[in-house]
Design a protein around this ligand. Sequence first.
Ligand SMILES: N[C@@H](CCC(=O)N[C@@H](CS)C(=O)NCC(=O)O)C(=O)O
Length: 233
Amino acid sequence: MVLKLYAVSDGPPSLSVRQTLTQLEIPFELINVDFGKGEHMTAEYALMNPQKEIPVLDDDGFYLSESNAIMQYICDKYKPGSPLYPQDPQSRAIVNHRLCFNLASYYANISAYTMAPIFFDYERTPLGLKKVHIALDVFETYLNRFGKKYAAADHLTIADFPLINSTMTLEAIGFDFSKYAKIHKWYNDFKRDYPELWRISEGAMKEIMEFAANPPDLTHMDHPIHPIRKINK
Ligand SMILES: N[C@@H](CCC(=O)N[C@@H](CS)C(=O)NCC(=O)O)C(=O)O
């Protein structure tokens, strides 16, 4: 049975999984989850992912969420020798480290500043901005010390996808990160070297830019965590 990916078109974790499948030339069915309608918050969806988050991979009834775990599983099961997820323990450890860094720190800090205030009733604060700069500064340090072309090797790995998509959300809000010279170069190298993969991020970036200009009306949504912005109609 063909792999099914439940995804949103503008969500960095969904984009990273799509980029992995695309780069590995693995056929899959893309199933769009309507975030605005809360399709991921239903009891039915919770059977696939009790965290009620997107994406979810369905491999013939084997359901997997958490985009990092999905990318790792896809590589291990379908293209075990791929340089996208090296098998040498230290090379793999660096990839895993960068994935953890993105999830726990880089994307956490960046998305709270870029994405959350677009979709929900949050402000961009000086503290939020400080956290973005801390995230950028740490990633810049890793790129500097590591001295390789990509985030975890001299070639593309699955670690690049989430880091690229986090950084893309900064570009989407017009945030100038050019003073982080290594990040700036790595980001632009990716765009130039992998135009087909960049197109996946770029489509999302355009959607995010549109939402930033015209925030979506989620007043009907009863979200368990995020405050819903009141929109004057
Ligand atoms: N750590 C998860 C995060 C997934 C995630 O948060 N996805 C967002 C969409 S981009 C979501 O489902 N949010 C649920 C909500 O805000 O209700 C992953 O990497 O897959």
